[in-house]
Design a binder for this molecule. Structure first.
Ligand SMILES: Nc1nc2c(ncn2[C@@H]2O[C@H](COP(=O)(O)OP(=O)(O)OP(=O)(O)O)[C@@H](O)[C@H]2O)c(=O)[nH]1
Ligand SMILES: [Mg+2]
Length: 385
């Protein structure tokens, strides 16, 4: 199961209570107060981890709690502080504050998309269109983009004070103490926005997954039916000189996706942090398609999803050159879009793949694209909307 959006409840540990205690020793009949302080409650901490690729570990247990601090004890002993509860999340996890679910019969249904129904392979399907952009207009609390980066989601409560603090000249045997502070708690929405250098966008069956399998060591599922890919897959492409880039294969996009046709366009958020958009076209126009129209529709869908995304640098991969009519269509396509850089390949036979890799290396390192070697850090400043 692949989960890329989930609503959770989190509660940090409460602080332990301060102790009320008096010294008792053999020859000290009325020892003073010696109640120690309570321990600190554990924090709930999110940690980005490059070995975690989705939020599925939270799906069955969308409640994260840290332990409370221990109570103080006599002999001025402090209660033990609770350890932080560390939850690993994938790189690219964006955290938003969410409202508490309203627990009435009809509103339960309204919130149920966050829990999913357990049957769908991905939660994307469970999200209605009007909810798809639920977080776009909100300020994220955190954006975990680099390995081991941590974020304290909920802070543990401070421990209470023991009666030893309340001794004064007038009150030598205080029975006062304080409770520990409660740990912070809240409802949150975690959303995964995959971070990659380039993202493959195209109609179902255009050959995006076949292409990723060709240029990287990834083995995405390939099949002759639409919507084979249901969630993003990242492949690492090695270039000569130890340079590498990450390329994300995402589900197929179709016209009307913004109205939730097909898988909708919610998964497009996975390419919002790709520096380069690669439109993969079936240049042979098999299945009665027109590559020129395909590109226009795809660009339109991207623009309807997020106008900022449509301004991202983009290039064309004209796939399926091994099929009849590819050559003729390619000529027509280049005449129609003479200024758009287009590389013709056949992901099936491997023709043009080396040239594509060379171009990809150039596109990713040449200005105006960010002129740094690949690293996850190079993408973190891209807006996460
Ligand atoms: N002839 C030919 N067939 C190809 C080529 N590339 C992919 N195919 C075939 O096209 C079909 C779809 O390929 P996929 O790689 O699964 O396509 P996709 O774009 O990832 O599809 P979705 O995941 O459904 O969006 C498969 O049957 C592939 O074998 C190509 O260059 N030439
Ligand atoms: Mg695919």
């Amino acid at each position: 199961m692949f989960v890329d959006r989930i609503k959770i409840f989190s509660k940090a540990g409460d602080g332990g209570r301060g102790s009320v205690s008096f010294r008792r020793e053999k020859f000290v009949p009325r020892g003073g107060p010696d109640g120690g302080d309570g321990g600190r409650g554990g924090d709930v901490v999110l940690e980005a981890d490059e070995h975690t690729d989705n939020l599925a570990n939270l799906f069955y247990e969308p409640i994260i709690k840290a332990k409370s601090g221990a109570h103080g004890q006599g002999k001025k002993k402090h209660g033990r502080s609770a350890p932080p509860k560390i939850v690993k999340v994938p790189l690219g996890t964006v955290v938003y504050r969410a409202e508490a679910p309203v627990r009435s019969a009809d509103s339960m249904e309204e919130h149920s998309e966050f829990q999913g129904n357990g049957n769908s392979e991905t939660l994307l399907e469970a999200l209605p269109a009007d909810r798809a952009q639920v977080s776009l207009d909100r300020e994220p609390l955190a954006d975990l983009t680099s390995h081991r980066q941590q974020f304290i989601l909920c802070q543990g409560g401070e421990g209470g004070k023991g009666n030893v603090h309340f001794k004064s000249s007038r009150n030598r045997a205080p029975r006062e103490y304080t409770e520990g502070d409660p740990g912070e708690e809240g409802h949150f929405l975690f959303e995964l926005r995959t971070i990659a250098d380039a993202g493959l966008i195209g109609y179902p069956n255009a050959g995006k997954s076949t292409l990723l399998g060709r240029i990287s060591a990834a083995h995405p599922k390939v099949a002759a039916y639409p919507f084979t890919t249901l969630h993003p897959i990242i492949g690492i492409v090695d270039f000569p000189g130890y340079q590498r880039a990450t390329v994300a294969d995402i589900p197929g996009l179709i016209e009307g996706a913004h109205q939730n046709v097909g898988l909708g366009h919610d998964f497009l958020r996975h390419i919002t942090r790709c520096r380069l958009l690669l439109f993969v076209l079936d240049i042979a126009g098999s299945e009665g398609r027109s590559p020129i129209e395909d590109l226009q529709h795809l660009r339109r869908e991207i623009d309807l999803y997020d106008p900022k995304l449509s301004k991202r640098p983009w290039r064309i991969v004209a796939n399926k050159t091994d099929l009849a009519s590819a050559e003729e269509n390619l000529r027509a396509f280049r005449r129609r879009f003479p200024d758009v850089e287009t590389v013709a390949v056949s992901a099936a036979t491997g023709e043009g793949i080396e040239l594509l890799k060379e171009q990809l290396a150039r596109w990713l390192t040449d200005p105006p694209l960010i002129a740094t070697r690949h690293s996850y850090e190079s993408n973190v400043n891209l807006p996460c909307e």
